[in-house]
Design a protein around this ligand. Structure first.
Ligand code: NAD
Length: 253
């Protein structure tokens, strides 16, 4: 019940499927949690279940906004031990030759710049506590190619590079940095991608994707949150610089 007792966590994309599951899991294990997202209505819904959570409405790709969220965490809770840099967008489903340039730029801004800014502002605060853990949400698309998802795939590879660099820079500060790399998870994002792959037959798109997964199902947000909890807390003291799949066996194919 108290795997994160006395810990303070900041979670981005916390109004979405995976981020909200992580926030609930962390709070249930004793953490105080600062939720960051663009969607205030959804943030209110997540935060209302417990007074262990509060929120900041912010765009993670904007430096001042990200810095203000980190500052708010320290002001409200006295410090920062854990950051889950999880906010992300999927972009379009189409080949590189047809891909919209502005969408490419936006995916990179949220998924890569947003994570880099999170690292930039969270690392000094976690260091002030004597160490902690940073978990970045990449994807199986951060480990292998993903046809028709060039910006998303590039962004999820990029954060693996950021994670490996940060792990080296942060080890002397006793801060561990890892990625989680999920396969398809039951959230809004997969509904959007299924419609992108087969606009008139999203159920057929889901069936096609599912048969590529050895366990023959999507994962749940809670299954990703459980891996985040392991990496965020004190049960993984020698784990840093790693990519951790939670994928029903998909990446081993
Ligand atoms: P989701 O769409 O439910 O949640 C994403 C959240 O990020 C949303 O609440 C959204 O408002 C927020 N967000 C988007 N842009 C933002 C910005 N600029 N600033 C702040 N918040 C912003 O999707 P999810 O499945 O929960 O995705 C969470 C993370 O997991 C993403 O990084 C995604 O790429 C990754 N991921 C998801 C899957 C999957 O199948 N669902 C698989 C692998 C990786």
């Amino acid at each position: 019940m108290n795997r994160l007792a006395e810990k303070v966590a900041l979670i981005t994309g916390a109004a979405g499927g995976i981020g909200a599951a992580a926030a609930r899991r962390f709070a249930a294990q004793g953490a105080r949690v600062l939720l960051v997202d663009l969607d205030e209505t959804a943030l209110q819904e997540v935060a209302k279940s417990t007074d262990a959570m509060s929120y900041c409405v912010a765009d993670v790709s904007q430096a001042e906004q990200m810095a203000a969220c980190v500052e708010a965490t320290v002001q409200r809770y006295g410090g920062l031990d854990i950051a889950v840099l999880n906010a992300g967008i999927e972009g379009q489903v189409r080949p590189i030759t047809d891909y919209d340039i502005a969408t490419f730029d936006r995916v990179m801004a949220v998924n890569v710049r947003g994570v880099w800014l999170g690292l930039k502002y969270c690392i000094p605060q976690i260091a002030r506590r004597g160490g902690g853990s940073i978990v970045i949400t990449s994807s199986v698309a951060g480990l292998s190619g993903a046809d028709n998802m060039s910006a998303y795939c590039a962004s999820k590879h990029a954060v693996v590079g950021l994670m490996r660099t940060a792990a080296g820079e942060c080890a002397p500060m006793n801060i561990r940095v890892n990625t989680v790399n999920p396969a398809p998870i039951e959230t809004r994002m997969m509904r959007s991608l299924e419609t992108g792959f087969l606009p008139d037959q999203p159920d057929a798109a889901k069936a096609f994707i599912t048969q590529r997964i050895p366990m023959q199902r999507y994962g749940t947000p809670q299954e990703v949150a459980d891996l985040m909890l392991f990496l965020a807390g004190d049960e993984s003291p020698y784990c840093t610089g790693g990519t951790y799949t939670v994928d029903g066996g998909m990446f081993c194919r």
